[in-house]
Design a protein around this ligand. Structure first.
Ligand code: CMP
Length: 159
């Protein structure tokens, strides 16, 4: 088996998840998968941060509505690490439109919407790096050894 590459990724647990009491459920799914939480905090997003984070959507008709929704309550931001973490988390989140997301994914199980779709997850290693820097100060990220590491990955993957 090929040696795996450690990646970091960012998840934003959105205001709809907070309002619908889904924080524990979402963190539970990410933890249970074997991802390592290296940063976690609650924060309120403002226009400046949302303008940066969703810059690629700024000309879309849903941009103002999206910002209003993302400011409607605090969010939880989580930085996670693991081998192939970006793809693993994207698969756990499911595709944007909740109604069409597979059952078993976060969006498939908890969302009917394109906007109120419970979580945001970084779409590439490069984006993840920028997004983690955007939402976390260096001292808010933690480097530590997780005791279940050798049971989450096979010996050859860890080599
Ligand atoms: P996210 O993964 O955070 O990335 C961009 C966000 O824009 C997306 O999740 C949705 O919350 C939102 N979004 C994408 N497409 C639409 C749409 N057609 N209408 C409303 N909101 C959308």
């Amino acid at each position: 088996m090929q040696q795996q590459k450690e990646e970091k990724t960012l998840v934003i647990i959105k205001p709809d998840a907070l309002q619908r009491n889904l924080l524990g459920e979402i963190l539970r799914r990410l933890e249970r998968k074997g991802l390592k939480i290296i940063g976690l905090k609650m924060m309120r997003l403002d226009d400046l941060l949302l303008g940066e984070h969703y810059a690629h959507h700024k000309d879309k008709p849903f941009f103002e509505g999206l910002k209003k929704f993302m400011k409607s309550a605090p969010v939880i931001v989580a930085a996670l690490s693991g081998f192939n973490a970006v793809k693993a988390v994207r698969l756990i989140a499911g595709p944007t439109y909740g109604a069409e997301a597979d059952a078993g994914t976060i969006r498939g199980d908890f969302s009917m919407s394109t906007q109120t779709n419970i979580v945001h997850a970084s779409d590439s290693v490069e984006t993840a790096e920028t997004e983690i820097e955007r939402f976390f100060k260096p001292e808010e990220l933690f480097d530590y050894k997780k005791v279940d590491f050798e049971f989450i990955y096979g010996e050859e993957e860890r080599a």
